[in-house]
Every structure is written in structure tokens, then in C-alpha cells.
Design a protein around this ligand. Structure first.
Ligand code: IMP
Length: 183
């Protein structure tokens, strides 16, 4: 599905699939350099990170492993509270591993902040963050992002793994969701 398929639901296309792919190629080249011979473990946060994980790992020229976590944030409606329940934990022991957490989007940062504390307590050799998107104006906590795709305006966006009510994850472009869809 691309932006033309859901044109009436979007007020603006922010990033096309080509722009996303181009940026991921640049980030992958940086990770190739930074992690040569480190055999990194990429940890994806379900469900949103599925697209970015699939495209980022295939753009790498080094070996890597992948594992997944599923978390649910206890929040009010669309607002994150930072209190997180782990629904699916990793199968991989992190001790001594070079870990890169792969995220779709950092909004308030509360979910990821909790997750980073949790992962750090498992004694990895290193722990970094790659996120495709970030909303700088929504951040409530300082998060040290090593690899960033794009910054976004503080609006509700869909596509490339980001959903509204379970839909639009398979939209290849990223756009601002029109108010009539959720009001
Ligand atoms: P945070 O704890 O506020 O950073 O929440 C992060 C999570 O909220 C992301 O992993 C997304 O699942 C969801 N989220 C935040 N902003 C958006 C958005 O604009 N569109 C879709 N999902 C979003």
C-alpha cells in the first residue's frame, strides 16, 4: 500500500519509501563501520519495528543477529505512561553482546527509557539505539540516539510500521493522519 491508496486519510506525506530506503542505506553503512567484527545483536520492538528491522538488516554488509521484544505501555488512550509490561522477552542472553535496539519511533521516549534500563541490567558489552523516527517536541526524557532516520513534527503519523488502530503499518510511505480518521 502506498500514499496514493490512502490519499484521503493523509494530510501530508512526510517521507516516501524512496527517502526512507536512502536514509537506511546511509545508516547501514555507518553501522557496518562501527560494528565490523562485533557481530551485533539487533533487538526489535514489536510490532512497529518490523519494517525498519527487515530493511536495515538487509542493507548491512556485516553479519548480525536479530531478536524481538514485545512490550505494552500502560497509558491513557494515545498517551504513553512509561510503565511498561514485557509481553514477549528476548530469547538471547545479552551478556557480552553488542546490542542495537531498533525502534520505529520515539515519541515521549518513556517506553524506550524503561526498556533501555531493563536491557542495560543484563550486562551487554554495549547498548545503542537506532530509531527510524523521533518527535523531538514530544520527548519527555533524554534519550541518547546513536542512529536516527528522521525527526518528525509533533503530530500523529502512520506508515512504515506505524499504525492507527492496527491499520496503515503496511503503508510504504509515512504521512500525517487526517483528523477525520480518528475523530
Ligand atoms: P513513547 O513511549 O511515547 O516514546 O511511545 C512510543 C510508541 O508509541 C511507539 O513505539 C509507537 O508504537 C507509538 N507511537 C508514538 N507516536 C506515534 C505516531 O505518531 N504514530 C503511531 N504510533 C506512535
Amino acid at each position: 500500500m502506498d500514499a496514493a491508496d490512502v490519499a484521503a486519510d493523509l494530510t501530508e506525506v512526510l517521507y516516501t519509501s524512496d527517502q526512507i530506503a536512502g536514509r537506511l542505506t546511509e545508516i547501514a553503512a555507518q553501522i557496518d563501520q562501527d560494528y565490523a567484527d562485533k557481530d551485533p545483536l539487533l533487538v526489535g520492538v514489536l510490532n512497529g519495528a518490523v519494517m525498519v528491522m527487515a530493511d536495515l538488516t538487509r542493507a548491512l554488509h556485516i553479519h548480525c543477529a536479530m531478536d524481538w521484544m514485545a512490550v505494552s505501555s500502560y497509558g491513557m488512550g494515545t498517551h504513553s505512561s512509561g510503565v511498561v509490561r514485557i509481553l514477549k522477552d528476548l530469547s538471547t542472553d545479552l551478556v557480552g553482546r553488542h546490542v542495537i535496539v531498533v525502534e520505529d519511533i520515539i515519541d515521549t521516549g518513556l517506553t524506550l527509557s524503561y526498556l533501555m534500563q531493563n536491557l542495560a541490567s543484563r550486562n551487554p558489552a554495549s547498548l545503542k539505539i537506532m530509531t527510524m523516527f523521533r518527535k523531538p517536541d514530544a520527548l519527555k526524557i533524554d534519550i541518547d540516539v546513536t542512529y536516527l532516520g528522521f525527526d518528525l513534527p509533533n503530530q500523529f503519523v502512520v506508515g512504515y510500521g506505524l499504525d492507527y488502530a492496527g491499520r496503515y503499518r503496511n503503508l510504504t510511505d509515512v504521512g500525517i493522519l487526517a483528523e477525520h480518521v480518528y475523530s
